[in-house]
Design a binder for this molecule. Structure first.
Ligand code: URA
Length: 229
């Protein structure tokens, strides 16, 4: 459901954004940045339930030894929007669901502002297991988990991928640029439009950046609409 202008303003306020000034953020052409998703993985032929089971019993990296449970992702398996974060934290590890803490609440508000919800989008992470003490994912852990995410992308076939935060964006785009350099312009992942924005946990610490994040969401909305035309 698309929110009315009134609702949108209320959601923006809930996100901590006082005024919304429409801006043209059309940026460079979609094809400018490309990153191929490798389809030929051992998770390649799995259906959604097989994939879920496979993830639940995964022992491909050392995080299997310390996790409480895997966090497969949540939402609509046919979503237009795929939101990708970093990795489960302590609360996510306990509950088996991504983005359930304070950052998750802000993500919910951001989704509401664009007329989406936790049920209409799909939310996943680079890693399906919690790194101890919330340390950054190691390269081998991200590589071991990558095929699960790639299979999720293939099955969902989203119209837009929103990478939230540095870890998600760098892993997905295969670079080590800061978010400030990756955001506000279109990227692609396996032909699917991808937009980078700030991680909600960062936005909680730096609320002045919420306005930029809102403009990233608007860009993502435009790309999703173009992609489906
Ligand atoms: N929770 C998640 O599931 N992912 C993040 O990136 C942060 C918190």
């Amino acid at each position: 459901m698309i929110p009315s202008e009134h609702q949108r303003r209320a959601y923006l306020q809930a996100m901590g954004i006082d005024i919304w000034l429409p801006r043209d953020e059309s940026g460079p052409e979609l094809a400018e940045v490309t990153e191929e998703v490798t389809a030929q993985t051992s998770a390649g032929g799995m259906d959604w339930n097989e994939l879920r089971d496979c993830v639940a019993s995964c022992t491909r990296c050392e995080l299997a030894e310390t996790r409480t449970q895997t966090v497969f992702g949540v939402g609509n398996p046919n979503a237009d929007w795929l939101i990708i974060g970093e990795a489960p934290g302590a609360e996510e590890d306990r509950r088996g669901e991504p983005f359930v803490g304070r950052a998750g609440k802000l993500l919910d508000e951001m989704l509401r502002a664009i007329g989406q919800s936790r049920d209409s989008v799909f939310i996943a992470n680079i890693l399906k297991c919690r790194p101890p003490n919330n340390r950054d994912p190691k390269a081998d852990e991200a590589a071991a988990c990558r095929q699960y995410l790639e299979r999720q992308i293939e099955l969902i076939q989203p119209r837009i991928i929103l990478a939230v935060g540095k870890i998600a964006a760098q892993n997905l785009l295969g670079c080590d640029d800061p978010v400030g350099r990756m955001r506000a312009r279109p990227h692609q992942l396996g032909g699917i439009p991808l937009v980078v924005t700030y991680h909600p946990a960062y936005l909680l610490r730096s609320p002045s950046q919420k306005r930029k994040s809102w403009s990233d969401l608007c860009l993502a909305g435009r790309l999703a609409a173009e992609f489906s035309e």
